[in-house]
Design a protein around this ligand. Sequence first.
Ligand SMILES: [Zn+2]
Length: 139
Amino acid sequence: MKNSKRDMIRRAAALGSVSSFIAVLLLIIVYSKLTLDIGVVCPFKEIFNIECPGCGGTRMAISLLHLDFYQAFRYNPFILSTLPILAYVYCKQAYLYIRYNILIEWLDKFLVIYAILLLLFGIVRNIDMFSWLAPTKLT
Ligand SMILES: [Zn+2]
């Protein structure tokens, strides 16, 4: 496998472009919520009146920007709790991809397990007994 410096730069540029696009998209969503009070409307919430696994994500991000960690936790405890793990996996994968052009061996299993846990969280937060997992605005 050829692994020249030029290839590494090309992979870094590709990964940087995709990451930047996602970051800008998230910034636009958070900025529009902060300045114009235009939030992302959740189709699950609108159509079925249930909380999806991502409900509260934008409000969680805004609370994090205000360093209000408890409020961020109340908006979306699953995503907030797993954010450090996701950041670690992302950074490790980005390094391995740029440096050696390889994927983490367990990346596919990790993503499947994460998706299953996220789905379970989405189901559980709609059960009355676990309603405290639904996005909650503290007063
Ligand atoms: Zn939702």
